[in-house]
Design a protein around this ligand. Structure first.
Ligand SMILES: [Zn+2]
Length: 619
C-alpha cells in the first residue's frame, strides 16, 4: 500500500527530486531556549509549496509545533523572496521561485518551549542538556514522499557537550557534527540527545549482531550514575528482545535517555533509537525508577512493533497526510503488553512488582464508567484527540485505553494460545512469526486487522477475529479480565496499598481512592476525578473542585484516609467540605467499606501461567 502511494505521488506531481537538501542546525543557544536553522532545498522557477511536518510518527496526531517556528525568511539567488502561509493548511508556505534559481533557502529559528508537556512539541532543553527532534527545524517540498527526499544535516552543539544519535556521522570536529546524507524519513526518525552531563554505555559488547548503546543525559553528574545492577538489567533487555523476536531491524540501536525535571516526560519510539525522558532522579531513586521501569522496554519493543510492523493507516507517505489510529490496540496495546512482560524478564521489576502493576491496570479499566458508552476501538480511532485530555471525568470520558486494555487483551490471547496448544505455543511464537524476518536494517511492513488474525491463526487455530472484535466493540461495564483469571490469579481489593501503588501515589503527590469513596485528590486537595456512580459522586461531589476539610478537620491525604478507615465501624457519613468556584458546600458520603486498593491474589485451583509468562527467555 505504501509503495503504491509513493509511485502515485511522484507521478502525479511530476517531481523527480534530484538534488539533495541541506540542513544546518545551530543548537548552541538551546540553553536559552532557541534553535537556529537554515535549509537549502532544490527548486525550479515558479510556484512552490514548502511544508512543516504536521503528523509526527509515534505521536499519532497532528502535533508538529509549527507555532514555535519563528523568524522565517526565504531567499533564492541571494535575494529575499516573499512567502504566504496557506489559508487552510497552517503547515504550508507558498513561495514563487524566481527565474534562474535552482535552490530555495530558508532561515528560521525554533523556540524551545520551557516547562511544557506534550511530546516533541514539549520542553526539550535545559541549561545542561537538549534533545533535538529534526521535525522541529525542517521544511520540505510538497508532493514528494519522505522516503524519496534526500537530505544532509549538520549540527552544532554547545561547547563541551557530548551527544548520541542513531544517525550515521560522516565527520565531527569540536562541537560540529556532519551527518551522512539520509532520507527525510530516516532523519526525522533519528533524534539527537546532547548534554554537559552525559554518559554512553554499550549494552551488548560481547554479543553477535548489531551494537546497542544507552546514552544518558542528565541535569547533574549524579543523575547519570546508573548502578552496575541496573546496567545489567538493560543488557538483559537486549538479550530478551533477541530471544523474543529472533531478528533485529536496525543497524545499531541507541536509547537516548534524558533525566530532567524540566523537560517533557515521555517516550517516543524510532526504528533505530528511542527518545526516553523521565525525571532527574529516575535512575538513582528506586521508587522513581520502578515507576518508569517499563519505559525503555516499551519504546525498544516499538522498533519491531510499530516501526518494522505498522498498521497500514499509520504508514503515511509524508507528514501532512492524516494518520488512521484504528489499529493502535496492536501498535500500542501489544507493545504495552510486551514491554510489561519484558520488564520482569529483564530483572527491571520483580514478579511481585509486575503483578502489582497489572492489578492497578486491571482495576482502573474494570471500574471505568466510560466503557459503557465508548468501545475500546473508539479510543484508538480518536487517539489524536485523547492524548493530553484533562483529568476531570477522565474515567467517564476514557482516554488512550488501547495501551492498558491492550495489555489485558494480549495477555488473554497469550494465555489462550498456551492453553489451546497444551503449552506447546505462546504469544512468543506469534512475535517471532509476525516481527521476525531477515532483519539487519530498518524496513517497513504494513499490516491490516486480517493480517493480525492470520498471524495468530498461524500459531494456534481459533476464532481470533471473533475474539478481538468482541473486545474491541464491547460496551460491557467490566474489563476483559480473562487473561488474569485463566492464568491463575484474581483481581481483589484490600485495605492495604501495594508498594507500587504507594510509589505511584508519592510520584503523583495524590491519593487514589477511586475504589472506595470514589475520588482522586491531590495533596493540595484538588479533586482530579470522581468515579461516576461511586459514593462521592452520588453524594454530589464533582471533579475540578477543592477538598478543604474532612469531618470538620483541615484536609490532608492522611486525615482523609483515616476518616475512611474510622467510618467502617460507624453509621455517621463522612463529611467533606468542598470549595467549588467561590462557594463552599458540605457533602455527606454514606460509605463504610473502608479503604480499597487492588492486588492480584493467587487462585490455587488453576496453574500459575502468569509466572511462566514472565520467566526470562534468554539463557
Ligand atoms: Zn508506545
Amino acid at each position: 500500500m505504501k509503495a503504491t502511494a509513493l509511485l502515485f505521488l511522484a507521478a502525479a506531481c511530476g517531481l523527480a527530486q534530484t538534488g539533495e537538501m541541506k540542513l544546518s542546525v545551530d543548537a548552541t543557544d538551546a540553553p536559552r531556549h532557541v534553535l537556529h536553522a537554515r535549509i537549502t532545498i532544490p527548486a525550479k522557477p515558479g510556484p512552490m509549496t514548502l511544508l512543516y511536518p504536521e503528523w509526527i510518527p509515534g505521536e499519532h496526531g497532528p502535533t508538529g509545533p509549527v507555532v514555535d517556528l519563528v523568524g522565517l525568511k526565504f531567499s533564492a539567488n541571494g535575494q529575499a523572496i516573499a512567502w504566504k502561509r496557506d489559508a487552510v493548511n497552517m503547515y504550508a508556505f507558498h513561495v514563487d521561485v524566481p527565474a534562474g534559481a535552482s535552490y530555495v533557502e530558508a532561515a528560521y529559528d525554533f523556540v524551545l518551549p520551557p516547562e511544557t508537556g506534550g511530546f516533541t512539541s514539549g520542553a526539550s532543553a535545559t541549561t545542561e542538556l537538549a534533545v533535538l527532534n529534526w521535525n522541529q527545524v525542517l521544511l520540505y517540498p510538497e508532493g514528494v514522499a519522505s522516503d524519496q527526499l534526500r537530505l544532509q544535516a549538520n549540527l552544532k552543539v554547545p561547547n563541551g557537550w557530548k551527544y548520541g544519535t542513531a544517525l550515521p556521522i560522516a565527520h565531527e570536529s569540536g562541537n560540529e557534527i556532519q551527518f551522512e546524507p539520509s532520507s527525510l524519513t530516516t532523519l526525522i526518525d533519528s533524534p539527537v540527545s546532547a548534554g554537559a552531563h552525559y554518559r554512553t554505555i554499550e549494552l551488548s559488547p560481547h554479543e553477535p549482531g548489531p551494537k546497542h548503546y544507552l546514552h544518558v543525559a542528565g541535569d547533574s553528574d549524579r543523575a547519570v550514575e546508573l548502578s552496575d545492577d541496573l546496567i545489567e538489567h538493560y543488557k538483559n533487555l537486549v538479550k530478551e528482545t533477541g530471544a523474543l523476536f529472533g531478528a533485529r531491524h536496525y543497524r545499531t540501536y541507541h536509547f537516548l535517555l534524558t533525566l530532567s525535571d524540566h523537560v517533557a516526560s515521555f517516550g517516543l519510539e524510532h526504528h533505530e533509537s528511542s527518545d526516553d525522558r523521565i525525571g532527574e532522579r529516575g535512575m538513582i531513586d528506586e521508587a522513581d525508577r520502578k515507576n518508569s521501569a517499563d519505559l525503555l522496554p516499551h519504546e525498544f519493543t516499538h522498533s519491531w512493533n510499530g516501526k518494522y510492523r505498522r498498521p497500514a493507516g499509520l504508514a503515511t507517505p509524508d507528514y501532512s497526510e492524516p494518520m488512521k489510529g484504528n489499529l493502535l490496540w496492536v501498535y500500542e496495546g501489544l507493545t504495552q503488553y510486551l514491554g510489561e512482560i519484558l520488564t520482569p524478564r529483564s530483572g527491571l521489576l520483580s514478579a511481585e512488582e509486575f503483578r502489582e502493576e497489572l492489578a492497578m491496570t486491571a482495576a482502573a479499566l474494570d471500574t471505568k464508567s466510560g466503557r459503557t458508552w465508548r468501545p475500546l476501538e473508539d479510543t484508538a480511532v480518536a487517539a489524536q484527540l485523547l492524548y493530553n485530555t484533562r483529568d476531570d471525568y477522565s474515567a467517564y470520558r476514557r482516554g488512550v485505553d488501547y495501551y492498558d486494555e491492550g495489555t489485558l487483551i494480549w495477555l488473554e490471547a497469550d494465555v489462550l494460545i498456551r492453553k489451546l496448544s497444551k503449552d506447546k505455543k505462546s504469544l512468543n511464537d506469534f512475535c517471532r512469526l509476525f516481527h521476525g524476518g531477515q532483519g539487519g536494517r530498518p524496513e517497513l511492513k504494513t499490516y491490516t486487522f486480517e493480517d493480525v488474525v492470520a498471524g495468530l491463526n498461524a500459531v494456534q487455530a481459533y476464532d481470533w477475529a471473533g475474539f478481538l472484535r468482541a473486545r474491541l466493540e464491547s460496551t460491557a461495564a467490566h474489563a476483559p479480565l480473562g487473561g488474569i483469571e485463566n492464568s491463575g490469579w484474581k483481581l481483589t481489593y484490600s485495605a492495604s496499598r501495594s508498594s507500587m501503588w504507594r510509589s505511584r501515589e508519592e510520584e503523583s503527590k495524590s491519593a487514589n481512592l477511586m475504589y472506595s469513596i470514589g475520588l482522586k485528590v491531590s495533596e493540595e486537595g484538588s479533586i482530579g476525578d470522581v468515579a461516576v456512580g461511586g459514593p462521592a459522586q452520588k453524594a454530589g461531589v464533582s471533579p475540578a473542585t477543592k477538598l478543604i476539610a474532612v469531618n470538620g478537620r483541615q484536609f490532608s491525604t492522611v486525615v482523609l484516609r483515616e476518616a475512611i478507615q474510622a467510618a467502617v465501624n460507624k453509621t455517621a457519613p463522612i463529611e467533606l467540605l468542598i470549595k467549588n468556584g467561590e462557594y463552599y458546600q458540605t457533602f455527606k458520603i454514606d460509605y463504610h467499606g473502608g479503604e480499597l486498593y487492588p492486588r492480584l491474589t493467587r487462585d490455587e485451583s488453576k496453574p500459575d501461567v502468569l509466572s511462566a509468562i514472565i520467566e526470562p527467555l534468554a539463557k
